[in-house]
Write a protein that binds this ligand. Structure first.
Ligand SMILES: Cc1cc2nc3c(=O)[nH]c(=O)nc-3n(C[C@H](O)[C@H](O)[C@H](O)COP(=O)(O)O)c2cc1C
Length: 208
């Protein structure tokens, strides 16, 4: 783990951390990019189904700002259905270039349709084609069926870059808790957690 050939563990001065987690996340994200971290915007999204059983998959971060941590998917996908039943989720980022992990938990809300469609149409033709293909998480009969549907979705995405995808939804996770983990070569990892309170954010160190 953390081979010095691929990982450079920075010092993390938790005492000097900002008052809120968004500023620290923004700084760590920029540092991950600068450190050459591959795809730092991919994250694990954990949800629970109607029975409370956990589920997890990788999605892309579409932004982190005053609206929360955002991601997009189909309303009728497995995760979309889970979020409808239990609108609460957790996100996990792992950035091995610096031995860093960030965990985020909180309630999730669907953004207004207009916002989700604008977010989609600002992305690539491939992203639109994938969204237009739809039926995410349904049973697929054959790969030939996927190839045919995907081909016509690509053609439509090129012809109609503003094509609406009614099920495509932008979600905002408003954090209750955000934890920053900085790995240390001697295993004295630094964990700093932010918890939302009535007054703002409470910061605490955690045993590793
Ligand atoms: C790197 C990567 C990025 C992904 N990004 C997204 C995404 O932003 N939105 C999405 O719906 N699925 C994305 N996926 C696919 C999901 O991991 C998952 O297979 C799909 O959304 C179906 O999940 P579900 O059955 O739990 O709804 C991504 C997969 C990978 C490997």
């Amino acid at each position: 783990m953390w081979d010095p050939a691929v990982t450079e563990l920075p010092d993390f001065d938790a005492a000097a951390a900002p008052a809120g987690p968004l500023a620290l996340f923004t700084a760590w994200f920029a540092q991950a990019v600068a450190a050459g971290q591959v795809e730092p915007h991919t994250m694990s999204l954990a949800t629970a189904d109607a029975e409370g059983l956990p589920d997890v998959r990788t999605v892309m971060l579409h932004g982190a700002d005053a609206s929360g941590w955002s991601f997009a998917t189909h309303l009728d996908s497995r995760k979309g259905r889970q979020l409808k039943a239990r609108p609460y989720a957790a996100l996990g980022f792992y950035w091995p270039a610096q031995g860093r992990q960030v965990r985020v938990r909180g309630p999730v809300t669907a953004a207004p349709a207009r916002e989700g469609q604008a977010d989609l149409h600002a992305r690539s033709t491939g992203a639109l084609a994938a969204a237009l293909t739809g039926r995410q998480s349904q049973v697929l009969g054959s790969l030939e069926e996927l190839a045919r549907t995907s081909e016509s979705a690509w053609e439509r995405a090129q012809r109609e870059p503003d094509a609406p995808v009614p099920t495509w939804t932008l979600y905002h996770l408003r954090p209750d808790e955000v934890e920053f983990f900085q790995g240390d070569a001697r295993r004295r990892h630094v964990r700093l957690t932010y918890r939302r309170t009535a007054e703002g954010w409470a910061k605490e160190l955690l045993w590793p």
